[in-house]
Design a protein around this ligand. Structure first.
Ligand code: AHR
Length: 500
């Protein structure tokens, strides 16, 4: 198939917020315990955190991480996770029918994140708790000294405040499964009052209010309207979540879910604009897509297991084995976030280690990178700067979830400082190569700096411990001639092409 495309440096979508490549980690399954933290493991450091896992996290260049949940946070007492480890209570985690030992809490997690250069994005419990506990938590986290909670932190050996800027006001409060689930106006009022209180403690702190758990929720998108009508002026972001699957084994429809996500973002963008206009507000609210990933391979098996088990500690849960097809999907989804970077400022892959994660770690054994690690890493490393509009003209298809989906998916970023332009290209066609001619317009004389590709694997191929065949390799077949990037893009392949 023949595809023509064009860019121009003036046709910019937005400055990409680095936090588009943020992550999420929850106290559930083996994400924390025997994921990032496993005292006694041969790779554990003096504080019990695994060096092998940390090295894989470091290579992702993650700007921010949402913690500690998730559904978990809606019945979490943050005080259980601070102070001497031996005195911490073991609690039942209602969200995942597990036991939480509280051996990791804020004062263990924060240094781990800091060492990796990752900013914290902390979630407060607005399910079983309210304003008072959220205020106490922020005082413990951010107040310098001389008060009950800040001095308690100092007595726990943390002299300097953490100065956390990003605060999530609960989690998925629209979901009936959530402990303390609420109606939109009820939650909106609580979020508003909590945001006001927290901002008195930390002026300028960014507030993230819960939007829909997904776009199939019966309350979507009226939920966002109802919530924002209560709190618009006091929040900075509304969070969206969405997980994806291909149970029907229809690859093109699976890829089409990226277009569906574009509609989701667009619709919530419209709701934000509506509420802003209605309230005559002057501030802007953006989207924080703080849970996204593929999640379907083990979903039924997992829900059967956890409905019947007897409150285990750190059980294997949501340990999805990701395929090459999933890697292509994630590449396309990240392209969509780049294209929507005017609305989406923060996005968090959910999650980071073991639980629906790009990194897996065997208890007592090796850590390894799943297929989806690579598109996430390549976008995080190269997808910074400014998003450029790419006009793509080529064959398209219709599927159950979307019409008019381009087989060739291209996003582009312009790093004005480095003087580079990077293309993220996915050929979603099942069997045909694309003969691409991409006009570089006003980037005359650009040369090809690097080309990495993921290609040539069976769709259902996976990586595993000691078996990481799906990794980026130097790409071939694309070159520049007459200020045009051109060549053959193999079917079912992903390319990151950098020009200077
Ligand atoms: O990431 C797993 C779970 O998915 C989170 O706890 C919850 O917020 C979402 O439903």
């Amino acid at each position: 198939m023949r595809v023509t495309a064009a860019i121009h440096r003036a046709y910019e979508i937005a400055a990409i917020d680095d936090r588009l490549y943020a992550a999420f980690i929850e106290h559930m399954g083996r994400a924390i315990y025997s994921g990032i933290y496993e005292p006694g493991h041969p790779q554990a450091d003096a504080t019990g955190f695994r060096r092998d896992v940390a090295a894989m996290v470091r290579d992702l260049n993650i700007p921010a991480i949402r913690y500690p949940g998730g559904n978990f946070v809606s019945a979490y007492n943050w005080e259980d996770g601070v102070g001497p480890q031996e005195a911490r209570p073991v609690r039942l985690d209602l969200a995942w029918r597990s036991k939480e030992t509280n051996q990791v809490g804020l004062n263990e997690f924060a240094p781990w994140a800091e060492d990796l250069g990752i900013d914290l994005m902390l979630a407060v419990n607005l399910g079983s708790r309210g304003i008072s506990e959220a205020r106490d938590f922020m005082e413990y986290v951010n107040h310098p000294a001389g008060t009950y909670w800040s001095d308690l932190r100092r007595s726990h050996g943390v002299e300097a405040p953490y100065n956390v800027r990003m605060w999530c006001l609960g989690n998925e409060m629209d979901g009936p499964w959530q402990i303390g689930h609420k109606q939109a106006d009820e939650y909106g009022r609580l979020a508003n009052e909590t945001a006001k209180a927290l901002r008195q403690l930390t002026p300028g702190a960014e507030m993230i209010v819960c939007g829909s758990s997904n776009d199939a929720m019966p309350t979507y998108p009226d939920w966002e309207r109802g919530v924002l009508e209560e709190c618009y002026e006091n929040v900075d972001y509304i969070s969206l979540h969405k997980y994806f699957g291909n149970s029907s084994r229809d690859t093109l429809n699976f890829f089409g879910k990226v277009e569906e996500t574009g509609r989701y973002i667009q619709a919530i963008g419209g709701v934000i604009d509506f509420v802003k206009a209605k309230k005559r507000a002057t501030n802007d609210v953006h989207i924080c897509f703080d849970e996204w990933n593929v999640w379907y391979h083990r979903r039924e098996e997992d829900s059967r297991a956890w409905a019947s088990w007897d409150w285990p500690e750190a059980p294997a849960l949501l340990e999805e084995d990701y395929t090459f097809e999933d890697a292509l999907f994630v590449a396309c989804l990240l392209n969509e976030f780049i294209r929507r970077s005017d609305r989406v400022k923060i996005a968090c892959i959910a999650q980071l280690v073991n639980v629906i994660a790009p990194i897996r770690a065997e208890a007592g054994g090796p850590a390894w990178r799943q297929t989806i690690y690579w598109p996430y890493q390549l976008a995080s490393l190269h997808g910074r700067g400014r998003a450029l509009r790419v006009a793509v003209d080529g064959p398209r298809y219709d599927c159950a979830v979307a019409d008019d989906v381009s087989y060739l998916d291209i996003a582009a970023t312009h790093d004005t400082g480095a003087g580079t332009v990077t293309f993220f290209i996915v050929n979603r066609h099942l069997s045909e190569a694309a003969d691409l001619r991409l006009t570089l317009g006003d980037f005359p004389g650009a040369t090809l700096l690097s080309h990495q590709t993921l290609a040539g694997h069976p769709l259902m191929a996976t990586n595993g411990p000691g078996r990481e065949a799906i990794v980026p390799v130097p790409g071939q077949g694309l070159g520049i001639e007459d200020d045009t990037l051109g060549g053959q893009v193999a079917p079912l392949s992903y390319h990151v092409v950098k020009l200077k």
